[in-house]
Write a protein that binds this ligand. Structure first.
Ligand code: PEP
Length: 247
């Protein structure tokens, strides 16, 4: 059975108390899902310490939404991989389009972060995606393949096998305008085909995924789950989304 992964990107939502309440409601709902289903919750940094004890001895893994590529130093406001690991973080989202747009995450810094995450034993979830203008100009595949190659530049085959990719068309994020599963599949097949070693790499779709449309995505051969924003904020809704895709 191939891996099926659902990662929640909470962005700047949920205090530590909100996170604890979410997990109280969510964990019992996903406990009995099939074992091949992997679930990751990426809360804001300050909610990570409250999520960590709640997730211990559960099937749900803890993620972060970014990190710095250096292990320590004069980087005001930044968080390092060892700091994340100390609080049980096993996954980190890198290159999200909101970080690329608002926090200067570039192909080069994403590449540095991917390397550091792997060296530090944290699984990177590398996000790539095109704008509506790039899509209209017919350069979607060229753009996302370029972002993927840049992020994974010179990684060994072994390291490629430890990465998770996420295709997130920017025009579909938070808009309710999801990308048709067949269109996403075409792009994701191009991503998978762009590097030797990506055959087994999970590739997630992200962009207005919900419980109604998720089955159409996971039915595609190159879509191994979802990176979910808005629809991951409600415990019952997110558990239903995952169940709709996997049972
Ligand atoms: C995201 O930001 O990663 C995302 C997929 O958001 P949404 O599900 O809200 O479109």
């Amino acid at each position: 059975m191939s891996r099926t992964i659902f990662a929640a990107n909470w962005k700047m939502h949920k205090t530590a108390a909100d996170t604890a309440a979410f997990l109280d409601a969510f964990l019992p709902k996903v406990a009995a899902l099939p074992q091949h289903v992997e679930i990751i919750i990426a809360p804001p940094f300050l909610s990570v310490p409250s999520a960590w004890p709640a997730l211990r001895n559960t099937r749900v893994r803890l993620g972060a939404q970014t990190m710095h590529w250096e292990l320590e130093g004069a980087f005001t406001g930044e968080i390092s991989a060892p700091m994340l690991r100390e609080f049980g973080v096993s996954h980190v989202i890198l290159g999200h389009s909101e970080r690329r747009a608002h926090a200067n995450e570039t192909d080069e810094t994403v590449r540095l972060k991917v390397r550091t995450a792997l060296e530090q034993g944290i699984t990177p979830i590398v996000a790539v995606g095109e704008t509506q203008d790039q899509r209209k100009a017919g350069i979607t595949q060229e753009h996302v393949v370029g972002q993927t190659r840049a992020a994974l530049h010179q990684l060994s085959t072994g390291d490629l096998g430890r990465v998770i990719l996420a295709y997130e068309p920017i025009w579909a994020i938070g808009t309710g305008q999801n990308c048709a599963p067949e269109e996403a599949q075409r792009v994701m097949a191009a991503i998978r085909g762009c590097l030797e070693g990506l055959n087994e790499t999970p590739i997630l779709y992200g962009g207005s995924m919900n419980a109604q449309n998720v089955a159409g995505y996971v039915a595609q051969p190159d879509i191994n789950g979802g990176l979910v924003g808005g629809a991951s904020l409600d415990p019952e809704g997110f558990a239903n989304l995952i169940a709709s895709a996997t049972t």
